[in-house]
Design a protein around this ligand. Sequence first.
Ligand code: BES
Ligand code: MN
Ligand code: ZN
Length: 486
Amino acid sequence: MNFELKTLDLKAATSHASDALIVLVAADFKPATDAVSRLITEARASGDLDATPAKLLSIWRAPGLAAPRVVLVSVGEGSARLVRQAVSAAVTTLKAVAPKKITICLPDGTQQRLQAAAQAVADASYVYTTTKPSAKAAALKRVVLALPTAEKTKNAKPDFELARAQVAGVSLAKEWGNRPANYATPTHLAQVAKDLGKKSGIHCQVLGPKEIEKLGMGSFAAVARGSVEPLRFIVLQYSGAAKSVAPTVLVGKGITFDTGGISLKPGPGMDEMKFDMCGAASVLGTFEALSHLKPAINVVGLIPTCENMPDGTALKPGDVVTSMSGQTIEVLNTDAEGRLILCDALTYAARFKPRAVIDIATLTGACVISLGHVRSGLFSPSDDLANALFAAGEAALDPCWRLPLDEEYAEGLKSNFADVANVAGREGGSITAAKFLQRFAKDYPWAHLDIAGSAWKSGAAKGATGRPVGLLLQYLLTTQAKKKAA
Ligand code: BES
Ligand code: MN
Ligand code: ZN
């Protein structure tokens, strides 16, 4: 999908050639004398254009308009959230006629609104085709985001680039999240990373079982043991700043299928555990976006990836494994495997002397119970890091919510046979999981995002969301802006 930023006021929009013209109509809309303004005024007066946000009116071959279809859509007071909702409704309405080019007239080009509009178009027109030959690929090729004045267009240019990069990153994360586990093995994910490594500024290294054993990642290796698919440990490095600039490290959980292992999960809904690599996908997506934007920062991506399978060789409940940190872990439940692969990656992360480490994981069902599908869980002992990530989530419409890390929550992780157990009780399950990870992230500022509820949708709309690429990108670029100002 190709995005363009253009100056078009409503008068210019009347003669602009496009398969469909989408006009966002704010509550305080002031009509001019052009044909589109007239349409809006009349539609409002007649009651055909409801002022409720996302209510719309489709018009076919309106007199005096070059575009054969016009969709007028109310956007209330015009917040980014409402822009997203309105654009999504308009693009969905147009799906049946499969436009190749659409033009969206935005009242304003703030970063948030541009991001919201671009992401909404991409999300609403996305069609998964990789393993579904009968699905008709999206026809939409060109999207023009139009602003009313040349000055607004000029000012919006950097934000437009960010929006475009975010869409590319989210698309990659979504696509790999959606691919079935037999089309998205650890080896496949490593190939995606290697392809990213061919882009300028990005370096990629992929480690296999032998190297992992040598590094002493006994916890990660133990999870992979029950599968015939070999594990991979992906190390991506984006270098946009001098070597002396400490990087931010992103660690993504890459369980390409989670059966639970010997602590087998129940059958219904187990297919959704193909999404258990969405943390990894979000790291890959963020690197894709970085390759477009080339910001002056350094970022490292670490992805431990394997399957969690039951087998004669698989890890058993009660087994004790030795992590790279030297801490031994009693595996009371083989279904708590995410933390077992992440802990070794967190230990590995220290070698980059990072300014911050953020892990992203579909870690616990408990997080879905606490926060549902709206906000990701955010955990960090650092107020600064937590606040920055929270703010980034708000700005990118990819929100998260901070949960506590009191020491008392670690109580249940005590073990008689190892330094730590991999599970505590059912209560506060997302917090005890975070407490487990925290033991391995002592050497740098650290945050953990539990995306179990936000990474994909279930039911009729089953599919990956590409979250939290928006949040991560926003966070990385905001820290960059701060550095420039200093
Ligand atoms: N990948 C799952 C978490 C998950 C479950 C995400 C459902 C989204 C929906 C994770 O590996 C897991 O199985 N966690 C267990 C932990 C438990 C055994 C302490 C869980 O949440 O049930
Ligand atoms: Mn599991
Ligand atoms: Zn899992």
